[in-house]
Each structure stands twice: as structure tokens, then as C-alpha cells.
Design a protein around this ligand. Sequence first.
Ligand code: SF4
Ligand code: SF4
Length: 221
Amino acid sequence: MKTITRLKDMDKIENSLAGDTGVCIVGCGTCATMCRTGGQEQVASMKRSLQALGKVLTGTLVVPTACDELSPQAVRDHKHAFDDADAVLAMTCAFGVQTLASTLMRPVIPALDTLFLGKEQAVGSYSEICMQCGECVLEDTAGICPVTACHKGLLNGPCGGTNKGKCEIGNDTDCAWAMIYNRLQAMGRLDRMRKYQPPKNYQAVSKPGKVQIPLQGSEAQ
Ligand code: SF4
Ligand code: SF4
């Protein structure tokens, strides 16, 4: 499981950096490296692209995990690279961008689009696993997420477009609800297919996302 990211168009990045000459590039050694969007290789390639545009690179680094306290540490460790930069180009997920932005009084420009939490199916091919909807229903859906796996995100499926286990969108896409049915059947829990799932309470996804989770067990004492 990782945060899936995709490189923005170079035109867009160039546009975001318009007026900024000195640039420090920050990559991430975790998700963005695994996605091949913000690892050592991609940071080096971005450096060459920016130099070709006439930018002055004040520094390039790949933080082990850009979304946590290692970013502020990297900012302290590479103070000159950040101090000399007009802008920081973050080849990290949006969490890394915001972590850097909260640490630095510098524009932090995202070079990547953050897509979803997912897993790699094959090299460069990713599937969304969870969109963190705040009301998980996996207990009734055989561990298959209908919100992300069904084309329509149906909580009560399948729809009329299902055909021999495939989704109406074609492209040989499996119907999520056929997969749920088959798995429930194999587990002897088909009665779950009859359970009505009420419409999602989108208030469960609070914006801004803050939640206080009561401590359990020994941690609570
Ligand atoms: S129902 Fe799907 S999107 Fe919602 S929390 Fe569960 S896995 Fe994530
Ligand atoms: S065919 Fe299946 S996966 Fe496709 S939209 Fe309908 S229920 Fe969802």
C-alpha cells in the first residue's frame, strides 16, 4: 500500500516556477520512489530539465519519508540549499508538499499529482484500494471495496450493467459486485448480499480532516 503519484506535465511545472530562478528539488524515498515519480533517478532527470529551462539548482535531495519529521530535519541539514532557493519543487505526495510547506517560508511547488492509496499490480500499473471514505463497509463486502472497485462506487450492487462478471464500462474490467458475490458465496456468507447499505454519510469524512480517537487498553491509563 502506498500513495500513488503521477508526474505533472512539464509545462505546468514550468508555469508554476515562472519567476523563480533558484530551485531546490526534494524527492521522497518511500512512496514516490516506489512509484518512480520522486526517487533519485526522477530527481536527477528533473534537475536536467530545469537546468535546460535556465533554472539554477540550489540543491537536490531525496528525503527518506517526506511526509514525516524527516522533512524538517532535511530542511535543517540542507539549510543553504533551501535558503538560496526562490522555490522548492516537491517530487513527493501532497502530504510531503504540505509537510515541507509547513516547515519552510518558501513557495513549495508540487511536481506530482497525488492520486490515491493503492497497490502496484505490475510495473507502473496501480490500483486504487481505498479512498478513505470514513465509513468502511468491508465487513459486508468480503473485503472488496465497492467504493473504489465499482465504476459507480455503488454500495448496493450490482447495477443492471453487469454482464457475465464484467463491468459495463468494458475493457474486460471485472464487475466489483460480481467479485463480491463470488467471494461471499465461497465463504458461505451470501446473506450479506441482501443487506442494504444506507447512503453514505459524507459527514463521516470531516473537512478539514481532524479526528480524536479515544485511546484503548493500556494506552488509555
Ligand atoms: S469502504 Fe472502501 S473507501 Fe471506504 S474505508 Fe473501506 S476500503 Fe476505504
Ligand atoms: S457493472 Fe458492476 S462494477 Fe460496473 S458499475 Fe455496475 S456494479 Fe459497478
